[in-house]
Design a protein around this ligand. Structure first.
Ligand code: ZN
Length: 342
């Protein structure tokens, strides 16, 4: 039952060395009745030790993680490892291939479909394979996201609070090791809720780090460097790459989303002119931006104001905006719980 996946691979996860191959996702179509979609996978193993599962392309239009993991997969030599690294640089491959957040095959948003379904749509099948085959192999998961087509993000590392204080402290330590300038701690109520890869990992007791590294469907070299350095720092910390030479992490500012009022939404359709930038500190009542009517000066403009104070962590990328589109997300400083080791 657990392993009733329809996805298969020639990768032997227990074999030492570096295997560069693919998962085969069955997809029967007019032009290919017995067709499969190859999803790139790299397994690098050297003897016993912990396993890291490294993922990018969960959403197809988020590029820093895809490039960072592609570089790591090419560069790493199995002899450097104590343990195993499984790399999926383009997890929802149909979405990556299309340059889209969602898969064009089933409109599937992979990070809203965990734990997936072995006999579901193609995106549900990918989620199921990760949940039932890959996650049980993993001692840590890093899922590299960015803002995608519709958002710009301040580079940050995200965790969900653990079931216990010890679990949360371990995640906060890993977040500090990753070394993003902002660390965002979520209680799981926002975003994808229980249907994300990180939420599913947490149910299985596997520590999971998520990132946001840039956005606008662009490739930020700064975000890519942070992804690579952060992943290497975590792999070294876990003892998987004991001799890796890594840049020391910058201090991480721990922050959190403070309820629904942290999000600013567009009330009308129009061209959105932001009044602030990513990283700005704003106050409740401050002007967030103006929405200009498409019809021009015969219609009134709409001023948008922040409902709470905080740091601008995320901003809508495209100017053209519909009612209900998220324009901004704010985060606020979070006092950290005392470390149990102290
Ligand atoms: Zn994403």
């Amino acid at each position: 039952m657990a392993n009733d996946t329809r996805i298969w691979t020639d990768v032997d996860f227990d074999r030492d060395g570096k295997q560069i191959s693919c998962l085969r996702l069955p997809f029967s179509s007019d032009r290919s009745a017995y067709g499969t979609i190859p999803i790139p996978i790299v397994c690098i193993r050297n003897g016993k030790g912990p396993t890291a599962l490294l993922v990018a392309g969960n959403h197809g239009d988020e590029y820093e993680g895809q490039v960072a993991l592609g570089k790591l997969a090419r560069q790493l030599d199995a002899r450097e490892l104590c343990g195993r690294i499984i790399i999926l640089p383009a997890l929802n491959y149909p979405a990556v291939d299309a340059g889209r957040r969602l898969s064009p095959l089933d409109q599937g948003n992979l990070n809203r479909m965990f734990p997936g379904d072995a006999n579901g749509s193609s995106t549900e099948m990918i989620a199921h394979y990760v949940s039932k085959v890959l996650l049980p192999l993993a001692d840590i998961v890093i899922d590299l996201h960015s803002g995608g087509t519709s958002l710009f993000y301040l580079p940050c590392c995200l965790i969900r609070t653990g079931k216990t204080e010890t679990e949360t402290a371990q995640l906060i330590e890993l977040m500090a090791v990753f070394g993003a300038p902002i660390g965002s701690v979520s209680d799981g109520s926002g975003g994808g809720g229980a249907t994300t890869l990180s939420a599913t990992a947490q149910v299985l007791g596997i520590p999971a780090l998520t990132t946001e590294l840039g956005g606008g469907a662009a490739m930020s070299s700064k975000g890519e460097a942070l992804a690579r350095d952060g992943v290497l720092r975590v792999l070294k910390h876990m003892g998987i790459l004991p001799d890796a030479i890594v840049r020391p992490a910058e201090p991480t500012r721990s922050m959190r989303v403070d309820g629904r009022q942290a999000f600013t939404y567009a009330p009308v359709r129009g061209v959105f002119e932001p009044a602030v930038e990513l990283g700005d500190e704003v106050h409740a009542g401050d002007l967030a931006g103006i929405i200009h009517p498409i019809a021009g000066p015969s219609e009134p403009i709409t001023a948008i104001r922040f409902e709470q104070s905080g740091l601008v962590a995320c901003q809508r990328a495209p100017a053209l905006t519909e009612p209900g589109d998220c324009l901004f997300k704010l985060v606020v400083d979070m006092p950290l719980p005392p470390s149990p080791s102290r």
